[in-house]
Design a protein around this ligand. Sequence first.
Ligand code: 5GP
Ligand code: ZN
Length: 114
Amino acid sequence: MSDCLFCKIRDGEMKANIVHRDEDVIAFEDINPQAPTHILIIPTKHIPTIDAMEPDDAEVVGKLFLAARKLARDRGHDESGYRVVMNMGRDAGQAVYHIHLHLLGGRPLSWPPG
Ligand code: 5GP
Ligand code: ZN
């Protein structure tokens, strides 16, 4: 997708502080962090929304969670806890239509979210 911000980060056309990259998954720091750790974890494949997922995408979405766990452990959040969240569509405030897990950690997080 040539007009997708996160595809551009994947392809190196847009700068980002990339903290993990493998064949299926890329993770980079959010430009507007909402917690001491705020990392976005995306599939290399352009999938616009949870709603647009195909059955074959299930494996890579699982890998997003495994990457989140690794990054959270690396930052010492496995003891204190952390949150992973994915927004879908307008009411959830999805701003970038390339699915991404938010990994938030390093402070207490209130619930329910706004
Ligand atoms: P959404 O609202 O779609 O779930 O989350 C989009 C996230 O992308 C937001 O947290 C926002 O701060 C982040 N973001 C938007 N533009 C950029 C960018 O150019 N670079 C990075 N690293 N993050 C971005
Ligand atoms: Zn994309």
